[in-house]
Design a protein around this ligand. Structure first.
Ligand SMILES: *Cc1c(COP(=O)(O)O)cnc(C)c1O
Length: 233
């Protein structure tokens, strides 16, 4: 039987090949794209294997799960991304393990960050999550497109926050191309105000090739690398 390490290595290699292919079609440079391996629901041992085979960025969506994994693996050279919808009362804990936060979508989170980020030794990278939902039943998080500039302005005023760019989750119902095209437009608007905040966190296992077409720089890929999660993951 194939070892878990080999399985992860093969999956990762295949993802990188697909990224190269998508980049070639969009005339983009694959070195401009970061892959965040989304390890939610998978054990710390898998995260350790990913680190051994060259993964540098991992993503988690639940504070209660991520924190013990991070603490167990804190010696590994990994950048930890908090990617899930976030409750205000979790901000303190997330600030203790995450290096990058992808899901800031309201001013109440900004207020909590203003209290917690200054206690950190390292800066916190932050993406503003903007809703790409086109259907009211689709609730994948994110602020209304009319709000992201104000949220960004509040974020940059906080010492220790490095505003990185925009984040979006492709809609379950609707046109993913149109959704990622909108996100790219929001990115242009954000960089007019904050030129350094040029990154776009978009694309998951099912839609990362489309996200690359629309400028994604940070792909959040779980199941293609780690396998299918149980349905409640
Ligand atoms: C789970 C998750 C992903 C990864 O999803 P896959 O389909 O397994 O690649 C990406 N982004 C967010 C916000 C997630 O919660």
């Amino acid at each position: 039987m194939i070892s878990r390490r080999d399985e992860l290595a093969l999956n990762l290699e295949s993802v990188h090949q697909q990224i190269s292919h998508a980049c070639a079609q969009s005339h983009r440079d694959a070195s401009d794209i970061a892959v965040i391996a989304v390890t939610k629901t998978w054990p710390a041992s898998d995260v350790a294997l990913l680190s051994e085979i060259g993964v540098t960025d991992v993503g988690e969506n639940r504070d209660q799960e991520a924190r013990p994994k991070h603490d167990e693996l804190s010696d590994l050279p990994l950048t930890w991304h908090a990617i899930g919808q976030l409750q205000t009362n979790k901000v303190k804990s997330v600030c203790e393990w995450a290096d990058v936060l992808h899901s800031v979508d309201r001013q109440s989170l900004v207020s909590s960050l203003a209290k917690e980020v200054p206690k950190r030794a390292q800066p916190l990278g932050v993406f503003v999550q903007i809703s790409l939902d086109e259907h009211p039943d689709d609730k994948r998080g994110g602020c209304h497109p009319g709000e992201f500039l104000a949220i960004a302005e509040s974020l940059v005023a906080i010492e220790g926050i490095q505003l990185l760019g925009v984040m979006g989750v492709g809609p379950l119902i609707g046109d993913v191309h149109q959704a990622f095209a909108h996100l790219q437009e929001y990115s242009v608007i954000l960089t007019q105000a904050f030129p350094q905040a040029r990154f776009i966190s978009a694309g998951m296992s099912d839609d990362f090739e489309i996200a690359i077409k629309y400028g994604a720089t940070h792909l959040r890929i779980g199941s293609l690398i780690l396998g299918h999660r149980s349905p409640d993951g």
